[in-house]
Design a protein around this ligand. Structure first.
Ligand code: KG4
Ligand code: ZN
Length: 343
């Protein structure tokens, strides 16, 4: 089959990104313009600022992606962009840019679900076969999914309150470590002792595969209020290590239950995969790798730069959908909410 090239555009949160990926799994170019410096002083993403920053960046980011690959618009076979879920102001910018480009060039257009981008990227980088059991953990979502095929997802468990990424971000904010919280808490945890603070492990004594992280966050706030005078570098390292250990324990406990779930047993996934921004976490990656080995499963995690939001995952999801004929034939409205189970 002739190799095709897809331009992927991502703009659902605080990264404006574009990439050219081909159907032989080559990333021909990849540009990520991160807005983190613009949001840092507010301690989180400000949707209005994000939308404006996407508008200012999108032309240049797409042009750079073409230049880096040594291609022109004419060389592209398919255009794909995130059509949701996400911060709607940003999604509209990337999506409408893609619609305009598709209309002007006559190229086919794919409306990519951002979560599907995260869910399928292990097939770009690790050649993962369906079905696989996926922990999808990002700033906006925490879910355990059975990935049965393109557009075919079964929700096995999900968070009842905060996402894992939110828990990292909020704890980081409490400690004054800034935004995004995940990378800095992860780095601090490496130097700390996870046994010092006894964080709760919500729901771990209960059956089922749903998560809860808000109890861990509340415990963090209470510990900090009660120990204000003792906060120093060593305290912060131990605190981050103890918090992270609780998150890992919750995730592993829920995944163990998922492996015993009837639906999962029936599908018999051969691989355990982690994706989304939190998949960058060193402790989560090694715990999942160990769990996969213990259960004779293959382990898959995208390289670190493809865990957080990026255009390459959107381009790849674009190719997978295009191969199944899932192209846009009538106007698509960008969606702030768009569960994977509604594809
Ligand atoms: O997937 P993503 O880029 O954006 C969403 O779709 O939400 O995920 C961003 C989230 C943030 O909450 C960030 O703190 C978290 O991923 N994150 C991490 C790490 N790196 C990023 N969480 C834990 N450990 C990390 N090393
Ligand atoms: Zn994401």
């Amino acid at each position: 089959m002739k190799s095709i090239i897809c331009l992927g555009i991502e703009s659902s949160c605080d990264e404006t990104s574009a990439a050219l990926v081909d159907s032989d799994r080559n990333i021909l170019s990849h540009i990520i313009y991160s807005q983190i410096p613009e949001h840092k002083k507010y301690g989180g993403v400000v949707p209005e600022l994000a939308a404006r920053a996407h508008i200012l960046a999108i032309d240049e980011v797409v042009q750079k992606a073409l230049d880096e690959a040594g291609k022109t618009v004419e060389d592209i076979d398919v255009i794909a962009a995130t059509a949701g879920p996400g911060l709607i102001g940003g999604v509209i910018v990337g999506w409408e840019f893609a619609v305009g480009l598709a209309q002007a060039t006559g190229k086919p257009l794919v409306a990519v679900n951002h979560l599907e981008g995260h869910a399928l990227v292990p097939r770009l980088t690790n050649d993962m076969e369906f079905p696989y059991l996926l922990l999808l953990a990002s700033g906006g979502h925490s879910q355990i999914l059975l990935v049965k095929g393109v557009g075919d997802y079964e929700l096995i468990g999900q968070t009842l309150d905060d996402s894992a990424g939110e828990a990292f971000d909020k704890v980081s904010k409490m400690l004054g470590l800034g935004y995004p919280g995940g990378p800095v808490v992860d780095a601090r945890a490496v130097a700390g002792n996870p046994m010092v603070f006894k964080f709760p492990r919500p729901l771990c004594d209960k059956p089922g595969c749903d998560f809860s992280f808000s109890g861990i966050k509340t415990a963090a706030r209470t510990f900090l209020q009660n120990n204000k005078s003792e906060i120093n570098d060593a305290f912060i390292n131990d605190f981050c290590a103890s918090f992270q250990a609780a998150v890992v324990d919750v995730v592993i406990n829920r995944l163990h239950n998922a492996l015993k779930d009837e639906r999962v047993i029936t599908a018999a996934p051969k691989a355990l995969v982690v994706a989304g921004g939190v998949a960058k976490n060193s402790a989560i990656r090694s715990a999942l790798e160990k769990m996969a080995a213990e259960n004779n499963m293959q382990y898959g995690a995208p390289p670190l730069n493809l865990c957080t939001d990026n255009g390459a995952m959107i381009a790849w999801a674009g190719i997978e959908n295009y191969n199944l004929g899932r192209v846009v034939t009538e106007p698509v409205a960008p969606r702030p909410r768009w569960p994977l189970t509604e594809l």
